[in-house]
Write a protein that binds this ligand. Sequence first.
Ligand code: RB5
Length: 149
Amino acid sequence: MSQPIALAADHGGFALKEQIKQHLDEKGIAYQDFGCHEPVSCDYPDMALPACEAVVKGECRCALLFCGTGVGISIAANKIKGIRACCCSDAFSAEYTRRHNDANALCMGGRVVGSGLAAELVDIFLNTLFEGGRHQRRIDKLTELEKRP
Ligand code: RB5
């Protein structure tokens, strides 16, 4: 059995996170919810951090992150070593960020994408494999960038 998926959102992404939880439940996919747990104003870095740490530690296989635009929480996620987060609202990007970037966090905006599209993007993201090859060289260079002081 693979590890659960890490979920996190601020108040702007809370409703979409709850809708995606229902989608994952229907598919029998396990997840761990790092909050927020109610739609009350909060700060997206606070929820991004524990969810992304769980991914980096190998406790969760990847993260699905939500805020109003998907942008703020993707910026937060990308500051955590080992995270490659994509803010996404189209199927092509959801597919290729897995195939080429080996992305381990998908970020979406609760004020940008509807629940149907978000569920489709989640399915694509979870079911697409990294291609490796020349793309691994680029991922290695991203990892090198993380070592700069
Ligand atoms: C919160 O109002 C909003 O700024 C936040 O959810 C997100 O959109 C930031 O990028």
